[in-house]
Design a protein around this ligand. Structure first.
Ligand code: ZN
Length: 203
C-alpha cells in the first residue's frame, strides 16, 4: 500500500511557510515503511534537528480505481482518520532549495502516524470536520476540513489521474497552520470532532 500526501492544501499554512499558493494540488508519496507502528514512540532521527508535526485528516481508500470522477469519489472511501505527516523541515528546505525530491525529509521510518479509523457516516459532513493537534496538552494546530483548498473528493479524483488507487491506500489531505518543532519528551495527541484519534510520545 502507499500513502499519498497532499502539500499546501490550507491557505494559512502556505502563508506561515511563505510558500506560493499552488495552481494544482501538490502530491507526494510516503512508503508504507514510514508508518509508525501502533503503540510505538516516535524517535527523532539523528539526521535532523528540526522535525515538524503536521496534523492531517486521513482517508482510507476501499477499492481499486483510476481516473475517478469527482462525483463518484465518495464511493471510494468509508473510513476517515487523523494522523501526522512528520517532516524533517531542515532537510526538506535543503532539498527544496536544490530542486531535489523531498522523500528523505518525508518518508523516513516513523514519519507517518496513522491514528484510529472511524466510519465516515459518523460525521454529518466530511467537508466540515474540526480537528486539532495538542502538544503537551496545549492546542498547537486547529483545522477544519471546510478550509481545504481542494476538498476530499477533488483530491481523490486528482491523485487517481496519476496513481492507481488501491484498497488500503491512505490519503493525507494536508495540514493547517501551526506546524512546529517537536522535542524529546513531547506528548502529542490529535482529535477529530472532539474525539482523541492518536497519542504519541516523542523520544
Ligand atoms: Zn503534510
Amino acid at each position: 500500500m502507499k500513502l499519498i500526501c497532499i502539500g499546501r492544501n490550507y491557505a494559512a499554512h502556505i502563508d506561515e511557510l511563505k510558500n506560493e499558493r499552488p495552481e494544482e494540488p501538490i502530491v507526494f508519496i510516503k512508503p508504507d515503511s514510514s508508518i509508525l507502528p501502533k503503540e510505538q514512540d516516535f524517535y527523532i532521527p539523528e539526521f535532523s534537528n528540526d522535525i515538524h508535526y503536521e496534523v492531517e485528516v486521513l482517508i482510507k481508500i476501499k477499492k481499486v480505481g483510476k481516473h475517478i470522477a469527482k462525483e463518484f469519489a465518495y464511493t471510494y472511501y468509508d473510513e476517515v482518520g487523523l494522523g501526522i505527516d512528520f517532516t524533517a523541515r531542515d532537510l526538506q528546505s535543503k532539498l527544496k532549495a536544490k530542486g531535489l525530491p523531498w522523500e528523505k525529509a518525508k518518508g523516513f521510518d516513523g514519519a507517518a502516524v496513522v491514528g484510529k479509523w472511524m466510519p465516515k457516516n459518523k460525521y454529518e459532513n466530511t467537508d466540515n470536520m474540526e480537528f486539532s493537534l495538542l502538544r503537551n496538552g496545549q492546542n498547537v494546530q486547529i483545522g477544519n476540513t471546510s478550509l481545504m483548498l481542494w476538498k476530499i473528493d477533488e483530491l481523490i479524483s486528482y491523485v487517481s489521474t496519476y496513481f492507481m488507487l488501491k484498497k488500503g491506500d491512505i490519503l493525507f489531505t494536508g495540514t493547517p497552520a501551526g506546524v512546529g518543532k517537536v522535542s524529546p519528551n513531547d506528548y502529542l495527541s490529535g482529535t477529530l470532532e472532539g474525539e482523541t484519534m492518536f497519542e504519541i510520545n516523542v523520544k
